[in-house]
Each structure stands twice: as C-alpha cells, then as structure tokens.
Design a protein around this ligand. Sequence first.
Ligand code: BGC
Length: 729
Amino acid sequence: MAANQDSEDPEEEIPFENEIDGLLARLTLKEKVGQLNQLNGSEQTGPAVEDVDLEDEIRNGKVGSVLNADGLENRERYQRIAVEETEHGVPLLFGYDVIHGFRTLSPIPLGEAASWDPDAVRASANVAAAEASASGIHWTFGPPVDVARDARWGRSMETSGEDPYLAGELAAARVRGFQGDDLTAADTVLACAKHYAAYGEVKAGREYNTVDISESTLRDIHLPPFEAAVTEGVGTVMNAFTVFEGIPAGASKRLVRDVLKDEWAFDGFVVSDWNSFREFIYHGVAGDERDAAELAIEAGSDMDMVGHIYTNELVNLVEDGTIDEALVDDAVRRVLRSKYRLGLFEDPYRYFDDERRKETVLNETHREIVRDVARKSIVLMKNERDVLPLDDVDSIAVVGALADSADDVLGDWRGCGRPEDAVSVLDGIEGTVDNAEVRYAQGCDRSGMVSATLREEAIETVEETDVAVVAVGESYELSGEASSRSDIDLPGEQQELLEALQATGTPVVAVLMNGRPLALPWLSENVPAILETWFLGTEAGDAIADVLFGNHQPSGRLPMSFPQTVGQVPIHYNHLPTGRPQHRAEAGWGTSYLDIPNDPLYAFGHGLSYTTFEYADLELGALTIKMNEPLSIGLTVENIGDVVGTEVVQVYIHDLVGSRARPVKELKRFRKLELEPGERREVTFEIESDDLAFWTADEVFAAEPGEFDVMIGHASDDIRLTDSFELRA
Ligand code: BGC
C-alpha cells in the first residue's frame, strides 16, 4: 500500500478531486502549463538560468511554484499577486531546501543517520518544518533518500549512508517529521524524496556522472528508501540529474510512470531538478527543448524547475497533437492536489504570520531538540586507554581552525542557518568546563595548512596541557553538491600537525568534522581517541562537549564504511560474495588486493561507548517458518561496565542460496537501548518473509525458500550471536 494517506475511507476517496475537476475545466491550456512551472526567487542553487520578471510571470498565470524566494514579505507579496491578480487565483507553492533545518540546524543528514534513532530524526525534521512553515515555506526539497555508495561523492553528506534499510527507516521518519499527520496544520510542510533514482551510484564518485547499475542493484539498494518515503505518504519526489540505463531519470518512463506512479501508486507530483529537463539535450537524448518537454511529460515528470521548458513547449506539443492534453491534466491535477492538501485554497496566507515566525524560529526548545540529536549523532570511533571521557584533567589544549569555527559546524545545505547562532567546539568546551584551564591554538587554517608559527604555537600549548582536543577534517565546502573529491584523506597538512602534537606525549583526542567517510589509517593507528562529529549544526560545540566530558554517553554508529584508502572505494558491508571469497580460497587465489586488506578501517555500524555490552541467549521463535509467517528473534544484552550506556543492537541476515547471489549480510532490524551499569535486558525482534524479499532472477521482488543465517551484532564486523532458520514455500 502506498502514497495516498487520505484514501482509507472509500467515501472520502481522494478528497478535493471534484474541486480539482472544476478548476481544471476552467483553466486554459496555457494556465494549466503555468501550474507546472517553477521559477527561482533570489539565491540561485544551480547554474544561471534565464532571467525573467518573476512578478510579471506570476501575474500572467505562468507560475505554479517559486523556489528560493527570499523572506516572508516577498513570499507574501508574490502570493497576493497569484491569488488576487490572476484570473483563477490559484495560490503559489513556495519551495526551499530545508535539508537539516531552516534556521536552527541539526546535524547534516549523514551525521543524523549515525544516531540510528528514527524518533530523534523525526523530531529534528519536525523542528525544521515548524521554522520553515512559520517563514512562509510550504514545501521542502527533502529528505534526500539517496543511498551513498562512494565516499568520494560530495552528496554523501545529504544521505543516510550506504544501507537501504537504515536509509528507508530514516526516510520515513523524516517524511513524518516534515509532513506530520496533517498537512493543513500551520507547522507542517510538504516533503520531497530526492533524487529519484540511484544518484548515489555516480561513476568514480564524480558529481553528475553516469550511473550504470543493474536492475537488481536498483531494486535492492536504491529504490527501497524511496518506496519507504512513498508508503509514508511523501507528497513529492524529485528527479535525479543522472541517467539510468542511458536515460536521464526525469525522462525515464519506467522509473517515473511505471515504478513510482503505477507500481507504488504515488499520487503526489514529481519535480525536475534544477533545469534538469534542459540537460536531456546535453545528455544527448533530446535534440532540442521541444524533445526534452515531450520526453519529460511522457515520462511522468510533472513540474519543471527553472528550465522554462514546459512553458516554452507544452502548449505547442498539445496543439499540434504530439502529446495528449490528458498528460498535462494529470500533471496539473497532481500539483493542485498538493495545494489543496496544504490547505492553500482555504487560506493562501495561512503560512504568513510574522508573530509565529518570531516565536518559532531559533527558539530554546528547538535548540534543545537539535542538541539532543547532535549528541546522538557523535560516533566514538576509538578510545584507547580510556582517554575519554575527560573527567580528570586540569588543562585542555583546543587546536585547529575548525575548533574555533561556528561556520563549518553548520555544514552544507544550511538553509537560513547562521554562524552567529551556532556554538563552535571551543565555545562548547569553554562553556562546559569549570575546573580546568582551556587554551586555544589555531595550529592550521580551515584548509588544513600549517605555518611554522602555527605549528610552534600549537606544540607549545599542547606540551603545557594535560590533553589536546584537536579538530581536524574538512571545511564545510568540501562536501555537498558539486563537491566530489578524488582524495579522501585529511586535507592539507593536518596529519603532519597531528604527528607533531602526538610526539609531545600529551594524549590527543581527534575531533573529526567531515561530510563523508575519510581514509585515516595513520590517525586510526596512532591517535588514542577519535570522535566523529560530522557537521553537527547549531548546537555542535555543546553537543561535542557533552560527549567529551561524559555528560552524554556516545551512542552513534557509522552509517557508511570508512575505507583504509580511497583505492577501496566503493566499499560497503553488504557486498555480494565472490566465487573466490578470501576465507575459502587457497592462499593467493582469493578476492583481494596485493597491497591492502579488503576490510574497511571502520565498518558500517561501528561505534564505541564508555562502557561495554555482552550479548547472550539468542533464541529464534522457530527453526522453520512459512511464507508470510513472522519469525521472532530474542536475545539479551547486558551492560557489563561501570557507567550507563546506549547500545544499538543490529540484526543482520544472510540468504545462503538465492536465484541471484545475496549480500554476505543485510541489516534488517536495529534497536537502541539505554542500560544502567549491570542492567540486563531482553530484546525481541520480529521479521517477516517480506523482509527477506529481493529482486529475483524471475524479475519479481520476492522472498525465496531456503536457509538463512541470523547474525546479531554490535556492528557489521562485530557479530556476537548467530543462528539460522529455514523459510518454506
Ligand atoms: C539540487 C537539489 C535542490 C535544487 C534546488 C539542485 O541543484 O540538486 O537537491 O533541491 O538544486 O535548490
């Protein structure tokens, strides 16, 4: 069952359809096409596009939606023109990239994914929706639900990482957080699952590059999070810039019309990406704009973002009989349906309330919520000799330009976030400690470059203190759209700086900031403590200090594998077995490299705590289940350390024999548990045969009878309990 949240009561099947029929009958063809046109307000979030007088275009009924309109006042003025100065008064839809917050920012999505906490992620999307809607925004271009398979790809930061199940759970949580239960409520916004589909597979991690994957990778890895978003009722979907089987995603009838709209019964609308219909010409599948418009509307892509392709071509295409007007009507129906669902016909000005904006944006409750998710997103990657938490130090050196930056912590796609609202690492530490001296040395600039003076100063400061907290990683511009990197180690001379600081003998805690997995073998080998903090948003510094000083237990787990070197990329835990797996092959004949191991430096699901957990008593409800019968999986987890801690119990399965090779492990469930010292808790999961389904050799999505291993782990490379069961037809 998908999409239409409103269709449960047959009496009410698809509300507003009568109103939409009436309106469609009144609009001229040109006005209908206007509804499919989205124009830009001020800031451009892509290459320059044709400059037009936005107000005139709205007045002439040529605009259905505006993105990047600047400020509540402008939005309200544009809305008045649409409603009061056009013949039919169809309200505009205002869109904006509210990716990880509007003004109060939560961690970048990859960071939030490390929380493995759908409730926290939903709450953070809820904050974003409240602030955006209070500022006159109706529609966010989020959540991005791409599955990132290559750390070089800069947009990894926008994703929930490499796993389709985790990405699907978080996609659903974000859609719930943005849209709430009631889209007409003043504090919810229409969501947009993007970028449909398989954008995360750009070859060599290079932005906008070709995607060339199999149907089974598409179905098993990339589509599940989109389907999860659709099932949760996401209102819109955005096309990817990339091709699938040589066809640009927005021109792919199979992706858009067949899978999304027919198979999944998605009843919202599909928007292009920035000018991406015109890019069909550059891809070489359309000779001109007319071809591009025809391909897009036939494929089922409904709205043209800033390209003017639909407004330039659709009327002619219908009038000369090339396309059926019904295609245009269906697209317009979908756009109007969204406007009705948002309550815009009832009151087009309901989202313009300056009082509400002032009370809502950046309020204390929002700051608390994003601080909570920020703390939960931090991953303790390494903690030798229990350097952390810092509970017994008299002096702390804080080093690195990133440590003193309230700008970088906001990350890319920062909406209206501002550095002056944010807490840097240095501010967070200074605001938290009361009994220790804090000394700052810059050490290197934001790009990681070190001068002799900076080096000396940093060494001297570190020599004189009990511990050094060194912020290293990427400045925020190194990830995001059009920010792929071929090298994913520490930029500049940060490693040399760390080597010098490490040589002082003062214990070093590396606080990493980055929008993608980095390759950090030296760091991992030599520095005793590593805290992965991504870009944590407005409350970054406070959240980091909470974990550094043990006021919050680290509980994040990696949503994406960290390679030993870029040469291992793409690397993910859920790979297929080969015919010569290493553990089975004779020495020298297994799948391997000559120069590096196969394993990542830090695996998917990895993350430490300030305590340790013991797993026991795995019990499956049955040794055999039939199709559609659930299987219960029970176990116990005990906190065997001295402090409270949070464990993320991870359930993986392996389908031993399939009509296609099956991944060596696939995450199917997870649960976060907070346990007091010595506390032991029973945990039960239930999986169903649907959870075992995949794109079979018969080209259907189905579970196949056979043997399955169940693996319960602390991480994908740290399996603690195993058992197996059989699925019978
Ligand atoms: C990005 C989208 C974004 C759009 C509008 C494009 O360049 O790919 O993710 O929503 O711009 O800002």
